[in-house]
Design a protein around this ligand. Structure first.
Ligand code: ZN
Ligand code: FE
Length: 255
């Protein structure tokens, strides 16, 4: 059956998602920024948490893990490469691993860059990608542990997924991302439209997540190093995609 999805705002600007399979009653949660809003959402729907999927070791993604596991005895999945940093993992995952969630295949991408062990979860049959802090709507995660080359390689894997793949990510950073993008690619019509839509949604306190791979390819500057306008902005007309990506990331970090 189709999964029922519920996105829950947590902490200041984090998101988590509950996915529920009605035919078996199983439910997974992606990351655990804070147990409280997750527990309320589960109680409200009468869902029991059976699986918890962790993307990376940062505190704002795991600090509710212990409480959720204690309460539900759910099975906790997470990156093998960060198993020393995350307490409570039952299954450790690496590139290409797959498992079954209530009849739905889940595949794992290693996406180092934001952290060295970061993983993303892909449900190809459901057209869902849980991108954690690797790919944001209009942006990408800061490169805290890896190199720009690792991050670019990680983003390239995600960008190659079918355009109608829905992307859920770890934070509501879209408005700042889109305002930055407008500085470096102001003539991109898809971006102009996005700015409009995002401003309206945020003014009404609505989420801008999820997006799709197709929409990101049109308006996310971190997936667009091929753009002549972005290249011209940085004076990098004949540079490699990696060089352009690196420059875009640096420019966003500066401000
Ligand atoms: Zn993070
Ligand atoms: Fe985060």
């Amino acid at each position: 059956m189709a999964l029922e999805l519920l996105q829950i705002p947590c902490l200041t600007d984090n998101y988590t998602v509950l996915a529920h399979e009605p035919s078996t009653g199983e439910t997974f949660c992606v990351d655990a920024p804070d147990a409280r809003p997750i527990l309320s959402a589960l109680a409200e729907r009468g869902w029991k948490l059976t699986h918890l999927l962790i993307t990376h070791h940062h505190k704002d993604h795991i600090q509710g893990l212990d409480q959720l596991k204690t309460q539900f005895g759910c099975k906790v999945y997470g990156p093998e490469a960060e198993s020393d940093k995350i307490v409570g993992l039952d299954e450790t995952l690496k590139e290409g691993d797959h498992f079954d969630f209530a009849g739905h295949p889940v595949t794992v991408f290693e996406t180092p860059g934001h952290t060295l062990g970061h993983i993303c979860y892909h449900l190809p049959e459901d057209k869902l990608l849980f991108a954690g802090d690797t790919l944001f709507v209009g942006g990408c995660g800061r490169i805290f542990e890896g190199t720009p080359a690792q991050m670019w390689n990680s983003l390239s894997k995600l960008a190659a997924l079918p355009g109608d793949t829905n992307i859920y990510c770890g934070h509501e950073y879209t408005l700042s991302n889109v305002e930055f993008a407008m500085k470096i690619e102001p003539n991109n019509i898809d971006l102009q439209t996005r700015l409009h839509e995002v401003r309206e949604k945020r003014a009404n306190n609505q989420p801008t997540v999820p997006s799709t791979i197709g929409a990101e390819l049109k308006a996310n500057p971190f997936l667009r190093p091929f753009s002549q306008e972005i290249r011209a902005y940085f004076g990098l007309d004949s540079a490699s995609d990696l060089e352009v990506f690196t420059k875009v990331r640096e420019a966003k970090d500066q401000g």
